[in-house]
Design a protein around this ligand. Structure first.
Ligand SMILES: [Zn+2]
Length: 224
């Protein structure tokens, strides 16, 4: 099948935006690396870390670089432009594609409260109304939102909101399950700190069978 030239164009525009310096790429010209490095060094000194020690002498610089990379999702100020481009990269749904579409993957992000990682799996299900989106696009949407300080609840809602804006599907479900290091390493120090989040909309909320179909996929895949 010959590919629609408009679709190829929309896809390359989207890739260009996602990979532009200062977006999901790790360089962020807008962030003052030197200032950040200085303040992180000061924070370590307040914790009585000896910055002369050869093991940590370069840590403020490395810490600054990794924080800049892990928060690059903040550079997407123009969400309207992003969702418009995602929209253009979708294809029309015909009567043959009215079934539930399920796409899964992994995520990793930083908790907004303790700046410690949490990570796990996501499963997105939707029932198309007008449009379907390429399977590889859903992980890109998750990627934009995970590179911010997050809670699992907010992350799942952000992903759901973005997909809903792009696709306006008949139903939408986002499941996330993750391990939270802020629970493993501090506070209650629970080794089994697995948390699940479910966002259900439209047909997934109103139709018991649709919801059960999705949850059985989650039970088969999510916990494996
Ligand atoms: Zn936390």
């Amino acid at each position: 099948m010959k590919k629609d030239p408009h679709l190829i164009d929309a896809n390359s525009q989207l890739e260009a935006l996602l990979n532009a310096p200062g977006t999901l790429a790790t360089q962020r010209p807008s962030v003052d690396h030197a200032q950040l490095e200085h303040h992180l060094g000061e924070a370590l000194k307040l914790l009585y870390v000896d910055l002369e020690n050869e093991n940590v002498v370069d840590t403020p610089r490395r810490w600054a670089s990794s924080l800049i990379a892990m928060t690059s999702g903040y550079d997407f100020v123009d969400f309207k432009k992003l969702t418009t481009l995602f929209r253009k990269a979708c294809t029309a749904a015909d009567e043959n594609c009215q079934n539930m579409v399920v796409i899964g993957g992994t995520y990793k992000t930083l908790c907004a409260h303790h700046i410690l990682p949490f990570f796990g799996h996501f499963i997105v299900g939707y029932i198309p109304e007008h449009m379907i989106i390429g399977a590889s696009k859903i992980p890109r949407i998750v990627e934009v939102h995970m590179r911010r300080l997050q809670s699992q609840e907010h992350l799942a809602h952000d992903v759901a909101d973005t997909i809903a804006t792009i696709l306006e599907p008949r139903g939408l479900a986002v499941w996330m399950g993750g391990t939270h290091l802020c629970m493993v390493m501090r506070g209650v120090e629970q080794e089994s700190s697995f948390m699940e989040t479910n966002v259900l909309r439209g047909a997934f909320l109103n139709d018991e069978r649709t919801r059960q179909e999705f949850m059985s996929i989650v039970n088969r895949r999510g916990s494996s």
